[in-house]
Design a binder for this molecule. Structure first.
Ligand code: NAP
Length: 312
C-alpha cells in the first residue's frame, strides 16, 4: 500500500461498503475499498434475497453483491484486501494500519465493516468448528447430505438456514432457547410447514459431542423449563444466532454501545468529524440489506460534503 493521502477509504465490501463505493466513485473521490476476511459481507453467504427492491423474483445474495462491486469499479473504486489492525483517528490525515508495514493515510473514512456470526461460546463448539459446527449453511450444508442436521436460533437467519439445509438433510431440527420467535411470520410459517423441519423450543445446547472423535455426533440438550437433559444425535450444528459488530479496532477512539455497535448521530456521523459508519456495524435495529445500502449512500454523501467543506 502506498503512502499517498487518500480522499476516502471504505472499510468493508458488504452492501453498505459497496453502496458507499458506488456513490463515492461517482463523486470522483476514487475511493479505496478494503476487503476484509468476509468479502461481500453477509449477503455473500446467503441464498435468495427476496426483499431487495427491484428484483420481483428475488436475486441470489452473491449475485447482488457481485453486481454492486462491478458497479463500484465502473465508477473508479479501487479494491484491496486487508485487515485493519489499528487506526489513529486522533490526527489528520487519519492513519490506518493493516499490519506488515501496510499503512494508508486518508482524509475521511467510511466504516462499513459489518458484523460477524455469533457463537454459543462453548469450548466443545469452538473445537468442532469446521468438523460439523458451522455458521454458514450455504458454505457447508452440502457436506451433510443424507444426514440429520440441527440449527440453533429463533430469528430469520435460523429459519433461512433451516429451510436451505432441507435440500441436503434427512431432517433439520431447529433448537431455540425460548418458545417465542424473533423470526418474521412468513419465514417462521415456511419453516413450520416444511415436512423435514422439527422444532425444539425452550432448549439449550450444553455440549457438542464428540470432540475426541473430531466430528459432531450429538448435542447434549437441556429443557430450560423442565430441566430434562438428553442427547440428540446429529451430524452438524449450524448457528443462526445473530451477529457481533466488527468494530473492536476502534475501541477507545469511537463511541460504542454495550454490545459493541458504533454509535452515530445524524444517521452516519461518528464522534470524529470525517469518520462515518454505516450498515450492520452501527445498526442494531434494522439490519437489512436495503437499510445497509441506504446508510452507505448517506455516508458517501456526507464524505463528499465533509471534503468540500475542508477544501477538497
Ligand atoms: P436475530 O433476529 O437477532 O435472532 C437471533 C436469534 O438467536 C434469536 O432467536 C436469539 O434468541 C438467538 N440467540 C442469540 N444468542 C443466543 C445464544 N447465545 N444462545 C442461543 N440462542 C441465541 O438475528 P438474525 O436471525 O441473524 O436476524 C438479524 C436481522 O437480519 C433481522 O432483522 C432479520 O429480520 C434479518 N434477516 C432477514 C432475512 C430475510 O428476510 N430473508 C434473513 C436473515 C436475517 P432470543 O430470541 O431468545 O434472543
Amino acid at each position: 500500500m502506498e503512502n499517498t493521502v487518500r480522499d476516502t477509504v471504505i472499510l468493508g465490501t458488504g452492501c453498505a461498503g459497496l453502496t458507499a463505493a458506488i456513490y463515492a466513485g461517482r463523486a470522483n473521490l476514487k475511493p479505496l475499498v478494503i476487503e476484509g476476511h468476509e468479502p461481500g459481507g453477509q449477503l455473500s453467504l446467503t441464498t435468495l434475497v427476496e426483499n431487495f427492491p427491484g428484483f420481483p423474483e428475488g436475486i441470489q445474495g452473491p449475485e447482488l453483491i457481485e453486481n454492486m462491486r462491478k458497479q463500484a469499479q465502473r465508477f473508479g473504486a479501487e479494491f484491496k484486501p486487508g485487515h485493519l489492525v489499528k487506526a489513529d483517528l486522533s490526527t489528520r490525515p487519519f492513519t490506518l494500519d493493516f499490519g506488515g508495514g501496510k499503512v494508508e493515510k486518508t482524509r475521511s473514512l467510511i466504516i462499513a465493516s459489518g458484523a460477524s456470526a455469533r457463537w454459543l461460546g462453548l469450548p466443545s463448539e469452538q473445537a468442532l468448528i469446521g468438523h460439523g459446527v458451522s455458521s454458514c449453511a450455504t458454505c457447508d450444508g452440502f457436506f451433510f447430505k443424507g444426514k440429520p442436521i440441527t440449527v440453533i436460533g429463533g430469528g430469520d437467519s435460523a429459519m433461512e438456514e433451516a429451510l436451505f439445509l432441507t435440500r441436503f438433510a434427512t431432517k433439520v431440527t431447529v433448537i431455540h432457547r425460548r418458545d417465542h420467535f424473533r423470526a418474521s411470520k412468513i419465514m417462521l410459517d415456511r419453516a413450520r410447514m416444511h415436512e423435514k423441519i422439527e422444532f425444539l423450543t425452550d432448549t439449550i445446547v450444553e455440549e457438542v459431542n464428540d470432540v475426541a472423535a473430531k466430528e459432531v455426533t450429538s448435542l447434549k440438550l437441556r429443557n430450560s423449563k423442565t430441566g430434562k437433559v438428553w442427547d440428540l444425535p446429529t451430524s452438524a450444528m449450524f448457528l443462526g444466532i445473530g451477529h457481533i459488530p466488527n468494530a473492536k479496532m476502534f475501541h477507545g477512539q469511537l463511541d460504542m454501545d454495550s454490545d459493541g455497535y458504533l454509535k452515530t448521530h445524524d444517521f452516519v456521523q461518528t464522534k470524529v468529524e470525517g469518520v462515518f459508519a454505516c450498515g450492520d456495524v452501527q445498526d442494531r435495529r434494522y439490519r437489512q440489506a436495503i437499510t445497509a445500502s441506504g446508510s452507505g449512500c448517506a455516508a458517501a454523501i456526507e464524505v463528499e460534503k465533509f471534503l468540500e467543506e475542508h477544501g477538497r
